[in-house]
Write a protein that binds this ligand. Structure first.
Ligand SMILES: N[C@@H](CCC(=O)N[C@@H](CS)C(=O)NCC(=O)O)C(=O)O
Length: 214
C-alpha cells in the first residue's frame, strides 16, 4: 500500500495528504517525528536522503518533494482535478507553483519568525519577517483577483492548484496573518476547508498546532 511519510504540523506534508484524500487514494500515513530525530534514522534516510518530510513509498517507488508527489498521485487518476490536456494542466501547474514558490514561502517566513523559531530555540529575524510580509502584500492580490473572477484558482473546477494554495495559507491564523482584506480568497478558503478531504486531515492547521502545544 501507498505510504505517506509526513508530519501534522508540516504544510508540505498536509498538501500531500489533502491530495491523496481528494483523489480517494488508499494510503497509510506514517508520522515522522522530526523533533525526536526520526528523520535522521537510517530506515527513514532510505526514503528521503535528507530526512525531510514529506516523502512517499508506493510499492517500493520512493519519491520526495511535495509538489512532485502531488503530481505523481494526481497522475494516477484521470479527472478534472489534474486533467491530461496540456494547456489545462499547465495552468494548474502555474497556480500550484505560484502558491508554493510565492505564497507558501512568504507565509513560512512569517510563521517561523512569529511562532516556530521559539519552539526550535532560534532567534526570530525581523528582516526575514518583514520580507515575508512584503511578499504577501505583493503576491496575494493576484490570487485575490483570480478568485474574484473564478470559483477556483485555476478556473471553475477544484484542482491540484487549490490544494497547493490551501496548504500554503494554512498557517495564517497561527501566524497572525489577516485575510479579511482578501474577501474572495477568504470565502474560497472557508469552502475548501469544509471539504471532507481537508477535514479528514484536521479541522484546521491551528487546531493541529494547539493540540501539539498541549
Ligand atoms: N520543498 C520541500 C520542503 C520539505 C521540508 O523542508 N520539510 C520540512 C518540514 S515542513 C522538513 O522536513 N524539515 C526538516 C529538515 O529540514 O531536516 C517539499 O515541498 O517537500
Amino acid at each position: 500500500m501507498l505510504k505517506i511519510y509526513g508530519l501534522n504540523a508540516s504544510s508540505p506534508s498536509n498538501k500531500v495528504r489533502y491530495t491523496a484524500n481528494a483523489l480517494g487514494l488508499d494510503y497509510q500515513f506514517e508520522q515522522v517525528n522530526l523533533t525526536a530525530g526520526e528523520g535522521q534514522k537510517t530506515a527513514y534516510l532510505a526514503v528521503h536522503p535528507l530526512g525531510k518530510v514529506p516523502a512517499i513509498d508506493d510499492g517500493g517507488f520512493k519519491l520526495f518533494e511535495s509538489g512532485a508527489i502531488c503530481r505523481y498521485l494526481a497522475g494516477k487518476v484521470e479527472s478534472s482535478f489534474y486533467p491530461s490536456e496540456l494547456k489545462e494542466r499547465a495552468e494548474i501547474d502555474q497556480w500550484a507553483d505560484f502558491s508554493t514558490s510565492h505564497i507558501m514561502n512568504a507565509v513560512s517566513k512569517i510563521v517561523f519568525n512569529r511562532v516556530f523559531y521559539k519552539f526550535l530555540g532560534a532567534e526570530p529575524d525581523s528582516r526575514s519577517l518583514e520580507e515575508g510580509q512584503a511578499w504577501l502584500v505583493r503576491y496575494l492580490p493576484l490570487v485575490e483577483s483570480q478568485l474574484a473572477e473564478n470559483s477556483n484558482l485555476a478556473g471553475q473546477n477544484r484542482t491540484l492548484a487549490d490544494i497547493h494554495l490551501v496548504a500554503a495559507l494554512d498557517p495564517c491564523e497561527a501566524a497572525g496573518i489577516p485575510l479579511e482584506d482578501y474577501p474572495a480568497t477568504s470565502e474560497w478558503r472557508k469552502s475548501i476547508m469544509a471539504e471532507k478531504f481537508y477535514q479528514d486531515v484536521h479541522p484546521s492547521f491551528l487546531d493541529t498546532l494547539e493540540k501539539l502545544a498541549g
